[in-house]
Every structure is written in structure tokens, then in C-alpha cells.
Design a protein around this ligand. Structure first.
Ligand code: CUA
Length: 331
């Protein structure tokens, strides 16, 4: 039987360790060239610090066993004051360790901050309280909270924001990069493996900071081309029923002041909803896109995302469901 104290300590260690190896926000699974560079540095630092821990631990154990007070000893051991060799060793040693970490780190900083290659896909990332806007200027596509990028092609992100400082962070694709109002930061990476990668705003930006998630969907080049074509296509007009009623309600209410739906409205304060129904998640990645969730959001956004900038519009349950049905039909 394991001692209860030891068992408690083990449980605490596991709880503090917290994350599984390949959790969605794991930084030790690299799926882009940039993430691989960071992982390389992380590896160097881990092995160097492990070696230091081992050397210090063994040295300490040797000193403790070799020099502890013997039973019956009456005299003080020899006292040493100032030992030139030791002093030099513990000054030069750490300097060498820091140099050993700094050189590869600086190399990676320069490699990852280089100007993006010419064939890179330019994307503007705008951090808002509390959602992400993604603009593809060369493709005339705008979307929100779900960034699609093609595997194997460099993407050059320009990060900017209209309100407060946010931080773009998709751990498996690269490091954090702040989104600072009035300043253009850049981040370039080439995603390697098609799949869905979770991200999160990593700079405290207000009440719903924790609700400012995102997804990066890495597509095969063919799937990306299809996605772009679908984003640019005009959604079919809702025939009749709830979706048509929803469109009428949307077009006659304050919705149009904040949201763009191509051909219907041109607001820019909230996410562009032209292809809302094609997104897997809503409200900056916190809920799956379903009629129930969208209707609940329209009824009372702040109940789902505290302090959300979108007001409750005072719609009835039926009206909210109609608008939700219309929005989900937009793809
Ligand atoms: Cu945006 Cu935290």
C-alpha cells in the first residue's frame, strides 16, 4: 500500500501537471515549421536544465554524505573563505549555459522573423472584444473565428486590432503574437498537417477574455480552393418559412448596423455573417453552431458571453429561432 501522504503528493503532481501530452492546446505537438522551431529550442532548454539538475543534485548528495558532522566530533571542520577556482567556476559555468541557450534561440528568432516568402498567402487578423476577424485581401474573403489555411503554403498574418491588446495563439502552429492597436505585428508559418487546431486569445482583454477562442482549419490545397469558392458564392435566397421570416427580421432590425451579410447589410462592428452557416462553431469558438445555440445567443448574448458587445434585441423565442434558421442557412 502506498503511504497516503505519498499518494496525495502523486495526485497533486498529476493535477498540477494538468495537461495530457496531445491535448488541443499542447505546445509539444508541432504541426507547422514555426512550431517545430519553437519545439527545438524547448528541447534544448529541457535537456540542458535536466543535466544541470542532475549535476547539482549529485554534487549536493556527495557534499551531504562526505562532510556531515560525525558522532563525537568536537572540532569545527576547516573553514574556507574565498576560493578563486570555485568563484570562477560558478561565474563562467552559468554564463556558458546561458550562451548555449541564447545562440540557438537568437537563430530561431531571426529565421522566424524573416520577411515572408513571395508566394505566402496574406491574411489580416483583427482581434476584437471578444472575437477574431480574418480577412484575405487577395481573395476578397472575410470570415470570423475560424481561420482556413492551406497545408504546405506559407501564410503571412498581419495582426491588428481596433480596441485593446489581444494575443493570437494557436500552440500547435506557432508562438504567441500580440495584437496591438495602432501597430502591425506579423506572424508567418507553414502549416504541415490538415486538421483542426485550437487557439485562444492569450492576453487578458476584458471580462470575456477566456471566451475568445478560435480554430485554425488546415485544409488540403484542393479543399482550401473549394472553401474559398464557397465563401465567394452567393447563398441561395431562403424560399419561405422560418428562414425567410428570419431574413426579414434580420434586415429590419438593428442587426444590419453591426453585421455584414453580402447583398443584405454592411455593418462592420460585429462578425461578417455572409457564410455563417459554414462555421463549425459560434461566439468565438465556444459553442457548436446549432439553431438552439444561435437562437439562445440572439435572445441574450451576455448570458453566453459576459459583457458581450452585442445587445439583446428583445426578440421573441419564435423570432430568434427564425433568425437562427436564416443564419445557419448561409453557407
Ligand atoms: Cu482578447 Cu484576451
Amino acid at each position: 500500500m502506498i503511504d497516503p501522504v505519498l499518494r496525495g503528493a502523486l495526485a497533486l503532481t498529476l493535477a498540477l501537471g494538468g495537461c495530457t501530452w496531445d491535448a488541443p492546446m499542447s505546445t509539444v505537438k508541432a504541426h507547422s515549421d514555426y512550431a517545430r522551431e519553437i519545439l527545438h529550442i524547448y528541447g534544448i532548454i529541457t535537456w540542458v536544465t535536466l543535466a544541470i539538475a542532475l549535476i547539482v543534485g549529485l554534487g549536493l548528495a556527495w557534499v551531504l554524505t562526505r562532510f556531515h558532522a560525525r558522532p563525537g566530533a568536537t572540532t569545527m571542520p576547516v573553514q574556507t573563505r574565498g576560493h578563486t577556482l570555485l568563484e570562477m567556476a560558478w561565474t563562467v559555468g552559468p554564463a556558458l549555459v546561458l550562451l548555449g541557450i541564447a545562440i540557438p534561440t537568437i537563430q530561431v528568432v531571426f529565421r522566424t522573423q524573416a520577411a515572408p516568402p513571395r508566394d505566402a498567402l496574406e491574411i489580416t487578423v483583427r482581434g476584437h472584444q471578444w472575437w477574431w476577424e480574418f480577412q484575405y485581401p487577395s481573395l476578397q474573403v472575410v470570415t470570423a473565428n475560424e481561420l482556413h489555411v492551406p497545408a504546405g503554403r506559407p501564410v503571412a498574418l498581419t495582426l491588428e486590432g481596433p480596441d485593446v491588446i489581444h494575443s493570437f495563439w494557436v500552440p500547435q502552429l506557432g508562438g504567441k503574437r500580440d495584437v496591438v492597436p495602432g501597430r502591425l505585428n506579423r506572424l508567418t508559418f507553414t502549416a504541415e498537417t490538415p486538421g483542426e487546431y485550437r487557439g485562444q486569445c492569450a492576453e487578458f482583454c476584458g471580462v470575456s477574455h477566456a471566451n475568445m477562442g478560435m480554430r485554425v482549419i488546415v485544409d488540403t490545397p484542393e479543399a482550401f480552393t473549394r472553401w474559398v469558392a464557397a465563401q465567394k458564392a452567393q447563398s441561395p435566397e431562403p424560399a419561405a418559412g422560418a428562414a425567410a421570416d428570419g431574413k426579414t427580421i434580420f434586415a429590419s432590425r438593428a442587426c444590419v448596423g453591426c453585421h455584414t451579410i453580402r447583398g443584405v447589410s454592411a455593418g462592420t462592428l460585429g462578425p461578417d455573417l455572409t457564410t455563417f452557416g459554414s462555421r463549425r462553431t459560434m461566439a468565438a469558438g465556444i459553442l457548436p453552431t446549432t439553431v438552439d445555440n444561435v437562437a439562445a445567443w440572439i435572445k441574450d448574448p451576455a448570458a453566453i458571453k459576459p459583457d458581450a458587445k452585442m445587445p439583446a434585441l428583445g426578440l421573441t423565442d419564435e423570432q430568434a429561432r427564425a433568425v437562427a434558421t436564416y443564419l445557419i442557412g448561409l453557407r
